[in-house]
Design a protein around this ligand. Structure first.
Ligand code: ADP
Ligand code: MG
Length: 238
């Protein structure tokens, strides 16, 4: 399968702390890659170097064969890499529609195209009924959907999600999983960081495990849960 993104021996230090230690991963076009590991293992840091919030100290990042290691986040968005955050990135007092349209306009100069893109993103995120509402008045789940719609409005080919299920009920997790699956069936590639393994394992076909900044395993969900080192460091099993 064709690779859409490659991290090649990516290293990131914070002072004396080695947050990422020569991490190499490859993401295949059209897959949902799960990224797991204990707290502080470097998952968010890896997402940050992929979307350009952080620059790695060593190593390279290739997107569709192009070296993007030095590009800024907005330049990567224009290329097709977009992400959701662990916290919210939504303007609380701007109606939902305009939150999403603003995001579409950041990549599309043509206003008509941007409006079409906005309508599509609101439809996929099931936000048509809330289009005129202010985000401050929405439930945490709907807020999350606004964030997702903002990501989709940028017309990404690779979406990075950092703990999308945090704070959601089982029903909401199922609903969001369904939306991710449908987008994936339409060809969109995902990297999903998630603590709730039960749900992630049903979504991802391949999982990468980080521990103390190093990749310690990658394989199918079935292989990951059977691996002894993963069980030891991550699941806390002797
Ligand atoms: P995870 O998302 O897997 O919980 P992180 O990538 O957030 O882990 O963090 C990896 C390590 O890097 C942790 O030890 C964390 O404290 C440290 N770290 C993360 N971001 C920073 C930062 N901006 N400055 C200093 N240390 C950081
Ligand atoms: Mg994190």
């Amino acid at each position: 399968m064709e690779s859409i993104l490659a991290c090649d021996r990516v290293t990131k230090r914070f002072g004396g702390l080695l947050a990422l230690d020569r991490v190499s991963i490859e993401v295949r076009r059209g897959e949902i890659l799960g990224l797991i590991g204990p707290n502080g293992s470097g998952k968010t840091t890896l997402i940050n170097v992929i979307n350009g919030v952080l620059t790695p100290d060593e190593g390279r990042i290739l997107f569709e064969g192009k070296d993007i290691t030095k590009l800024k986040p907005h330049e990567r968005v224009a290329l097709g890499i977009s992400r959701t955050f662990q916290g919210m990135r939504v303007f609380p007092y701007l109606p939902v529609y305009y939150n999403v349209e603003l995001s579409a306009r950041s990549v599309l100069k043509d206003a008509k195209l941007a409006r079409a893109r906005t309508s599509w993103a609101l439809t996929v995120a099931k936000l048509l009924a809330e289009a005129g509402e202010l985000p401050v008045n929405l439930t945490p789940y709907k807020l999350k959907m606004v964030e997702l719609a903002r990501v989709l409005a940028t017309n990404p080919r690779l979406v990075l999600m950092d703990e999308p299920f945090a704070g959601l009920s089982p029903e909401e997790i199922e609903e969001l999983s369904g939306i991710i699956r449908k987008l994936n069936e339409g060809g969109l590639t995902f990297i999903v960081v998630e603590h709730k393994l039960r749900y992630l394992m049903r979504l991802a076909k391949r999982v990468v495990v980080l521990n103390e900044g190093r990749k310690i395993f990658e394989g199918s969900p079935g292989e990951v849960v059977k691996n002894e080192e993963v069980a030891r460091v991550y699941l806390g099993v002797a």
